[in-house]
Design a protein around this ligand. Structure first.
Ligand SMILES: Cc1cc2nc3c(=O)[nH]c(=O)nc-3n(C[C@H](O)[C@H](O)[C@H](O)COP(=O)(O)O)c2cc1C
Length: 189
């Protein structure tokens, strides 16, 4: 038996990413977001959905740029903290001991401690209700060489212990159960 629930967005698990924004050191801020995702491969595009009352909202709207920083087990505490404290009251980089590094294309800083920084430039802002959706082009990606295999050039995000967010809880990823297309791969005889 299944129960009918009132409409809601129960699409989980999701990332819990730290979004860095701001154009100058005084303006730099970090906001944790789960309402974000991929919307196009080519051109590479993604979205973030932010409530207008967030301190970061005006910063992102003003600069039309942000960086999505993938979070890891090591960054889990800072991820949660940056999602419950406001840049209005705290310097989140300083208080979490995070390093604001230079991005390659955008003015917004990258979080050096994150293994993957996705630099984004906003194309369009859609007002949807509780949240505004920032539709953005990915203009550069910075990947930590620590997770790049020197021989194959393959980037292994799994080695950085990325975390997921599901229904109010944070999780590490579990065991690998298959690769893309494994269900149709011919078994070696
Ligand atoms: C796991 C997690 C996910 C969140 N996702 C969102 C989100 O998608 N959109 C949003 O507007 N706020 C989201 N928040 C809340 C903001 O991160 C929070 O209000 C934060 O304090 C805002 O920071 P700011 O005032 O410095 O901008 C989330 C918080 C957490 C902990």
């Amino acid at each position: 038996m299944k129960q009918d629930w009132k409409p809601g967005t129960l699409i989980y698990p999701l990332p819990a990413a730290m979004i860095s924004c701001g154009c100058t050191a005084e303006e730099y801020n970090i906001i944790t977001l789960s309402w974000l995702g991929t919307i196009c491969t080519n051109p590479p595009m993604c979205y973030i959905s932010v409530r207008p009352e967030r301190y970061s909202y005006e910063i992102i709207k003003r600069n039309m740029e942000f960086v999505i920083n993938i979070t890891t087990q090591e960054l889990a505490y800072a991820t949660d903290w940056c999602g419950v404290k406001s840049g209005k009251d705290f310097n989140k980089f300083a208080d979490m001991g995070l390093t604001a590094g230079k991005a390659s294309i955008v003015q917004a800083p990258v979080i050096e401690e994150s293994p993957l920084n996705i630099e984004c430039r906003v194309r369009e802002i859609l007002s949807l209700g509780s949240h505004d959706m920032f539709i953005a082009d990915v203009v550069n990606v910075k990947a930590d060489e620590k997770y790049i295999n020197a021989e194959t050039g393959k980037f292994s995000l799994e080695d950085a212990n990325p975390i997921a967010y599901s229904h109010g809880q944070y999780y590490e990823l579990g065991n690998k159960i298959g690769g893309f297309g494994w269900s149709v791969k011919k078994k070696k005889s």
